[in-house]
Write a protein that binds this ligand. Structure first.
Ligand code: FDA
Length: 304
């Protein structure tokens, strides 16, 4: 119930403007967001790299409403790729939201922009992950991904274990040898499309992970859940030849203890580092995952 309310609030523009204006909320968001500028994000990347962790950078923003905005978001990401290439000793890939580069306007606009990003990343020896958004975008996101994946090997997809359709998608992606990040899924979805109970979502996660581990493709085990992490370790132990192609992935600021422990245990560990001024929907989804954090959000909304 609380999760549904928070996910609903995450989409409210007026509340967004109010919260973005609150100094307290901005300070609170820093637990999950590396800063508002690329310089701050690069600083966070350096710190994580020094602790043996890889990074994927997310320039926050979603669902643009015009072609110009989509092109601009793409240009911004190309500048990030250029900056990453120019900085010595900084290792980070990028993660993009398809609606940020035009998917909600026109699938072909997203395709055009995603191609620009894949080309730019390829020239820099870098990698672009297409985040997965709400279920209405899954078909179009995968169709853009499939169209480009024959041409570019430096792009990856995301699968959400809460979606009932995901087993078919994982089998298709595995057949193509596509890099997949597996997560549980962060949006509010109806019961006909998505499992609602934690046990069902977890069972689906393990089943999908087994399929991915049986393929030859790189796998990102994106979770903070001990049960999923243990399942990942068990599957890696059963297939030691896959260890170099599998990494755990966690969000910036969440379970930092576990992130460090996985590095100590010599597993690949990638941290998803969001930054930028448009942190509100991202921040609210993190609240929805752990309502204990709500206390801070409510104080923030009160502007204290
Ligand atoms: P679950 O939510 O069951 O949490 C397990 C435990 O982790 C909790 O008991 C708590 O201890 C800890 N935890 C989880 N969330 C926390 C929080 N916010 N604050 C503090 N502790 C917390 N989703 C999506 O739909 N599309 C995408 O592209 C991505 N991409 C993505 C990348 C990466 C690297 C990660 C880690 C996650 C995503 N997600 C995502 C989000 C994902 O779908 C999911 O919503 C969150 O990871 C929470 O699910 P968990 O697997 O962590 O388990």
């Amino acid at each position: 119930m609380l999760r549904s309310v928070l996910l609903y609030l995450s989409e409210q523009k007026r509340l967004q403007n109010f919260v973005l204006g609150s100094k307290f909320a901005r300070k609170r968001s820093r637990r999950f967001v590396a800063g508002e500028t690329l310089d701050e994000a690069i600083g966070a990347v350096r710190g994580l790299n020094a602790r043996g962790m890889d990074v994927t950078l997310d320039h926050l923003g979603e669902c643009v409403e015009s072609e110009d905005q989509a092109d601009k978001a793409t240009d911004d990401y190309i500048r990030i790729l250029d900056r990453l290439a120019a900085e010595s000793g900084v290792e980070a890939t990028i993660s993009i939201k398809p609606t940020q580069i035009g998917l909600a306007i026109d699938r072909d606009l997203c395709l055009k922009n995603m191609r620009r990003l894949a080309e730019s990343a390829s020239a820099q020896g870098n990698f672009v992950r297409m985040d997965m958004e709400a279920s209405c975008y899954v078909d179009s996101t995968l169709s853009v991904f499939y169209e480009l994946s024959d041409e570019f090997k430096n792009i990856g997809a995301v699968i959400q274990s809460y979606l009932r359709r995901s087993e078919d998608d994982v089998r298709e992606l595995s057949r193509r040898g596509a890099p997949v990040r597996l997560c549980k899924g962060a949006y509010k979805e109806p019961a006909q499309l998505a499992f609602q109970k934690k046990q069902e979502i977890d069972d689906s996660y393990v089943k999908l992970l087994e399929i991915l581990m049986d393929s030859d493709a790189p796998v990102g085990i994106a979770t903070h859940d001990d049960l999923m992490i243990d399942a990942g370790k068990r599957l890696i132990r059963a297939r030691p030849d896959r260890k170099a192609h599998v990494e755990f992935q966690m969000l910036y600021g969440i379970r930092r203890d576990m992130q460090a422990r996985l590095v100590e245990e010599r597993y690949g560990m990638r941290v998803y580092v969001p930054y930028g001024t448009e942190w509100y929907p991202y921040f609210m989804r993190r609240m929805a995952e752990r309502p204990a954090n709500l206390f801070f959000a409510l104080r923030a909304m009160g502007g204290k």
